[in-house]
Design a protein. Sequence first.
Length: 174
Amino acid sequence: MHNSKTNWDAYRQIIQDKVNLSIKLKEHEDIELETNNLLSLLQHAAKEATPNNDSQRTTNNIPYEFKRLVPEKRRARSVWQATRTPDSRRIYNRKSNKLKSKLQEMRNESFEKYVSNLTREANSIWKPIKNRRKPKTTSPPIRKYSTPPVLWAKSDKEKAELFGEHLSEVLYTY
């Protein structure tokens, strides 16, 4: 019905223009009919105020060779895990290394293409350097002071909950 690109002002305007407020609702059938009319008006206004999303599917740019190599590697791994023979291990390692080398080749080609498209005139050469110079801020885990004090709060949610518990213990209302 709606998304982030919905024009809510246009939605309100469509509803204000088309809604009829001078209807007498005396019978049960009148209420049902007008409820259905209102729902259809709201749906119509949402469709009109929301631009069509032409289902811009991201194209899957994975080459066919990778689509073929990944299942081969997985099959070789499952055979090796089932049998544990040196031959199956050798086959699995060969397929795994072949996939890794092809991925590395693709990454190198992509990086070469990226670097060759950088230009000094458009200042695109400085953006990657500027981004690399920015310090990466990482928040370390926080130790939970519980009965065995070996637990650590690692995720943001756990840290927020731990901080909230700490504040509820420390702060008092008088």
